[in-house]
Design a protein around this ligand. Structure first.
Ligand SMILES: [Zn+2]
Length: 319
């Protein structure tokens, strides 16, 4: 049995039925929210397809050992290297790999993650492989933004939606992973309900940055602290993370106003959120969310913007 996350159990059953019935397609698209465990699912599927043991993955056969060591020649992962897109050279390597016969005489599995970062050129090259797929080869596209994929590429793949956990599933699962003293519900709120995110990203530095950013919110809004000053301070941090945290705080403050006084996510910061909410009209806060989204888009784009100036532009709108 592979270690399927509880909220992916039904998708896994569906995939396993396809394999058992010999109906596994050559291309699948694993779709689901960011950090919901799609990579986990893809890795489990790879292990399952390559294992030669009885109870797959057995963890004992030669195939399983090669997978565990990260050296299985019939398992390939294509991901972002240093660039912001998956380059054509990477897909050429994939094609070369796919056209060679399987070295271990079984399945060949390739995962492309995040598949929405294929550029037009690399997507078109990949399309050719999917149109004439080599036998016993699975190309597994992983994406949290599947609509960004080339439609022709999408239509060549069977889509499997992996979904995200319910609040209760997430709490129970996370409690099993963390120290009993952890405030699982608060952490889960901060992580937008994504338990893997709690484990992967919400560390002490993250929480410290969040506190610091929250401490600037009211002074910025009052005009006591200048946007330039705060931007200079915050630009020393990971700018994408600052923008993400600010987005959360502002969203929470909007929810606070609309729900008549309930802090949903950052409940330990409810004092700051309440004060900030009382100082700024909700329409301005919505506009601020748009600015933050735009700044995040620029940061993830190809133009390499100056982080400090990006933050300045956003903090000006807080005041
Ligand atoms: Zn095995």
């Amino acid at each position: 049995m592979i270690s399927v996350l509880p909220w992916q159990a039904s998708s896994w059953q569906r995939v396993r039925a396809l394999i058992t019935d010999g109906k596994m397609p050559h291309g699948i698209l694993l779709a689901g929210p960011s950090e919901s465990g799609k990579g986990n699912f893809a890795a489990g599927l790879g292990k399952y397809l390559l294992c030669r043991g009885q109870e797959k993955p057995c963890g004992e056969c030669r195939q399983c050992n090669l997978v565990a060591a990260g050296t299985h020649p019939d398992l390939l992962t294509v991901t972002l290297e240093d660039a912001k897109q998956i380059r054509i050279e990477q897909i050429r390597e994939l094609i070369h790999w796919a056209t060679q016969s399987s070295q271990q005489g079984g399945y060949k599995v390739c995962t492309i993650d995040p598949a929405d970062k294929l550029n037009t050129q690399s997507a078109n090259a990949l399309l050719k492989v999917l149109e004439e797929p080599p036998p016993n080869t699975l190309i597994c596209l992983v994406s949290d933004q599947p609509t960004r994929l080339l439609p022709t590429l999408r239509s060549r793949c069977q889509r499997i939606d992996l979904g995200s956990p319910s609040q209760q599933e997430a709490v129970v699962w996370l409690q099993g992973q963390m120290d009993p003293s952890a405030d699982v519900e608060l952490l889960l709120g901060i992580a937008g309900g994504m338990p893997l995110r709690v484990l992967n990203s919400i560390d002490e530095d993250y929480l410290k940055l969040r506190q610091e950013l929250a401490s600037h919110l009211v002074p910025l809004s009052e005009g006591v602290r200048s946007p330039m000053e705060v931007a200079a301070l915050m630009a020393k941090e990971e700018v994408g993370r600052v923008l993400e945290l600010l987005y959360q705080l502002v969203s929470d403050s909007i929810t606070f106003t609309l729900s008549g006084g309930k802090v949903v996510r950052n409940r330990d910061l409810s004092e700051v959120i309440e004060l900030y909410s009382s100082m700024t009209p909700v329409s301005e806060r919505y506009a601020l969310l748009d600015h933050i989204s735009e700044a995040r888009g620029q940061l993830n784009g190809t133009s390499n913007p100056n982080g400090q100036m990006l933050l300045e532009g956003v903090f000006v709108k807080v005041g």
